[in-house]
Design a protein around this ligand. Structure first.
Ligand SMILES: [Zn+2]
Length: 392
């Protein structure tokens, strides 16, 4: 496992700046990983993905297993060669997608049987097969097969799912054969503080090079997610990277870094971009809005991406209204660069011992909805969650 080393360069409070070296290059953390579900970051050429500063991308085992199949990817020389991406890749285990199928998946102690969302055909994943598939795909970082319990659920079910995730991790470790891949275990435990701590302690004891934090950002209030991170990260080894899975809004990235997270991934920036919702320092703008029809300014005057360097809001709006493919590409480039740059700035702030003030300044400008409205809806959600908990 000498191909993988994590060096903690500097910490500022809980926030960390580090370097993670892999066989395909060194990643500077904290880092946002663009998602290439089908071995492509939608609409972009890998050279463009690289040009906006992406250091590592994520791809999905479930999707690639169904199409084109792990065997075909292996036959074509592995995922890096197949998709022409020379930097590091992380694959998930397929667990999250399979459990998202709801009634179309059935779990037992050995694994999960599920029906393909494409043609309804029957398939089965086990910890061993999830590792086998990821070995064929050939990513640098692979993830343990875990059970992400649906939320909200009972403490008892969350505990059972967490314990199964732990047993499955041991099976993943035993099944792994490739020395040039790093296997990350996954902390589960839903929104139960005692289970998060138990899971973090268990994962911390294993001989694995990194830790995923799963089962968060699945609909729980943000405060609850931040609270769960506070239960988890202090119990994790300082000399291993922490990856908060499926989290990708700008405010969650900053709050995650403040709580000791090093890596993030999410489809949010690319998906929002294709829907014409663009990140700006003040929040989000919807490029379809009539008020941008004659606006000559770029999406974000402070952004260094090629979209903002060259094109006006008026032109972007025109592309979206005429459903031109270029609009999707330019919006995707901007939104990804926005998050990648945010993590570059966060790293800089950590190295200069000013992370908290950087984050406070940034968040005070960035408002997706007015602060008062957000506070009111938070209170309402917390309240309804409590009520559900009492009924359960
Ligand atoms: Zn831009």
């Amino acid at each position: 496992m000498n191909n993988f080393t994590y060096t903690l360069e500097h910490s500022d409070g809980e926030a960390r700046a580090g370097q993670l070296s892999t066989p395909h290059g060194t990643i500077q953390t904290p880092v946002f990983m663009p998602v290439g579900t089908q071995a492509t970051v939608k609409t972009l050429d890998p050279l463009e993905v690289e040009a906006i500063g992406s250091q590592i991308i994520l791809s999905n085992t479930y999707h690639l297993y169904l199409r084109p199949s792990a065997d075909l990817v292996a036959e074509m020389g592995g995922l890096h060669r197949f998709m022409q991406w020379s930097k590091p890749i992380l694959t998930d285990s397929g667990g999250f997608q399979v459990f998202s199928l709801g009634p179309h998946s059935k779990i037992d102690e050995d694994g999960v049987t599920f029906k393909s969302h494409i043609d309804g055909s029957k398939h089965r994943f086990t910890p061993e097969s999830a590792i086998g598939i990821q070995e064929k795909l050939g990513a640098d970082i692979i993830m343990a097969f875990d059970e992400c319990a649906p939320q909200p659920t009972t403490h008892a079910y969350t505990k059972a799912a967490m314990e199964r995730t732990h047993r499955w991790l041991l099976r993943c470790i035993a099944a792994k054969t490739r020395e040039d891949q790093a296997l990350f275990g996954i902390v589960q435990g839903g929104v139960e503080a005692d289970l998060r701590r138990e899971s973090a302690r268990f994962i911390a004891q294993q001989d694995i090079p990194g830790v995923g934090i799963g089962g968060l950002s699945v609909g729980e209030p943000k405060e609850q997610m931040y609270g769960m991170l506070e239960e988890t990260t202090p119990l994790l080894p300082r000399n291993k990277p922490r990856y908060l899975m499926g989290v990708g809004s700008p405010e969650d990235l900053l709050e995650g870094v403040a709580r000791g997270v090093d890596m993030f991934d999410c489809v949010l920036p690319t998906r929002l971009g294709r829907n014409g919702a663009l990140f700006i320092p003040e929040g989000r703008l919807n490029i379809g809005n009539a008020k941008y029809a004659r606006e000559d300014a770029p999406i974000d005057a402070t952004c260094d991406c090629s979209t903002c360097q060259r094109f006006s809001r008026a032109y972007l709006r025109h592309l979206f209204r005429t459903e031109e493919v270029l609009g999707l590409r330019l919006a995707t480039l901007h939104n990804l660069r926005f998050l990648i740059r945010l993590m570059e700035q966060a790293r800089e702030a950590i190295l200069q011992d000013r992370y908290q003030s950087f984050m406070d300044d940034w968040l005070s400008r960035f408002q997706t909805i007015p602060h008062a409205v957000r506070e009111a809806s938070r209170a309402a959600r917390l309240n309804s969650l409590r009520t559900q908990g009492e009924k359960a």
